[in-house]
Design a binder for this molecule. Structure first.
Ligand code: MN
Length: 377
């Protein structure tokens, strides 16, 4: 598909996923523990069943948007079933990256996105260690172009700090956090997490939130319009998580800490910054006075945002002064740009200056993760 275009626009991706092999936990943990960890089983072409620590729920699989996409997904599912196409295999994955013009990528877990639903910190700690060791062998050891996010046992702050430090030692450059946790845990603006922010800042670990990971869940919309509304709802958690990191003072106390919000567009960042500034100015008498700068400054400097198709993400960088806009493929998910990444990049960026195009494809990413090196351009 790339030969249609005269120029390969090399990009990095702030948002990609790997699929854990089905036997990851059963091979590594005692059965009593492995049985309680998240697993999904496809029950029809449109639905899957997700099992988590004794509870099960049905989940609708996303519908392809075109016959071309349906065909691509079918091929992808067949290849995934055989462990191919790089969903859970680093060497195969590298071929897909080269084909799509993707140089480096942040790689999130798939089932690991659900660990927030578990309650037992020691169970999640065991799972996190297995998942992180797998990712190290499959991605970090294969190429510095992979930037996987470490899974943390967030049910315990102390165990999270311990695993973040161990992950940094394994070569991880980022940790994955869901946008919200269960009610029993402190929220991201609360001081209970400060030891984790210190550990991440000291170890050079980027704090990477992925949208659509609200532990509290959201009362789902039904038709008319339910599918579109439910998809839109998944976006807001990332904005709130970034705002919590700013308002609670985490980014003030840790000036070297960097936050990435993946898959949620980018134009929200200057917008949320404006809203926080208004609150800071007009409601200062109610605020506990932790911030030394206007809230928007922390967002613009320390928060990065990855988008895939959003047309307005480009002017956010070009015209709103928000430099931390980063392209993401969401590979291999259906919302993403696979297998037409080059087409999307050309449509988004052919009309902007080379400087802005470079910043969105490579510059912002390489600022956070210089260890991926430079693409061959
Ligand atoms: Mn994603």
């Amino acid at each position: 598909m790339t030969d249609v275009f005269t120029e390969m626009l090399w990009t990095c991706s702030g948002d990609s996923h790997f699929s854990e092999p089905r036997d990851l936990f059963t091979n590594s943990l005692p059965k009593a523990l492995a049985d309680r960890l998240p697993r999904s089983e496809k029950i029809s072409d449109t639905e899957e069943m997700v099992h988590i620590d004794g509870q099960s729920f049905r989940r609708k699989l996303p519908k392809p948007s075109s016959p071309e996409m349906a065909e691509a997904r079918k091929k992808f599912s067949e290849a995934m079933a055989q462990g191919g196409l790089g969903a859970s295999n680093g060497r195969e994955r590298m071929k897909a990256l080269d084909d799509q013009g993707v140089w480096g990528e942040v790689v999130f877990p798939s089932l690991g996105l659900w660990y927030g639903e578990l309650k037992d910190p020691h169970l999640v700690h065991e799972a996190a260690k297995v998942a992180n060791d797998f990712v190290k062998a499959e991605l970090i050891d294969v190429s510095p172009r992979f930037v996987p996010t470490a899974t943390l046992p967030l049910q315990s702050v102390e165990l999270s700090v311990q695993e973040a430090q161990r992950a940094a030692g394994l070569g991880f450059k980022a940790v994955f956090l869901p946008v919200s946790l269960g009610e029993e845990m402190p929220r991201w603006n609360e001081d209970g997490w400060d030891v984790l922010w210190s550990a991440c800042e000291e170890a050079g670990l980027v704090v990477a939130f992925h949208i659509g990971t609200d532990a509290q869940g959201i009362r789902p919309f039904k038709n008319p319009g339910g599918a579109i509304l439910n998809y839109m709802e998944t976006t807001f958690g990332g904005q709130k998580a970034a705002a919590m990191m700013v308002a609670g003072g985490a980014l003030e106390r840790h000036p070297d800490l960097r936050v990435l919000v993946s898959e949620g567009g980018a134009t929200w960042a200057p917008f949320i910054g404006d809203r926080l500034n208004e609150a800071y100015r007009q409601h200062y008498m109610y605020d506990d006075g932790r911030l030394r700068k206007l809230p928007k400054e922390y967002i613009m400097e320390q928060v990065y945002a990855s988008f895939q198709h959003d047309e307005t993400a480009v002017p956010a960088c070009e015209h709103m002064g928000y430099r931390n806009v980063m392209f993401g493929t969401d590979y291999p998910h259906i919302e993403g740009t696979f297998p037409h990444t080059q087409k999307v990049l050309h449509e988004l960026l052919d009309g902007v200056t080379p400087e802005i195009s470079h910043r969105i494809r490579l510059g912002a990413f390489l600022e956070l993760f210089p260890s991926v090196g430079q693409p061959p351009i």
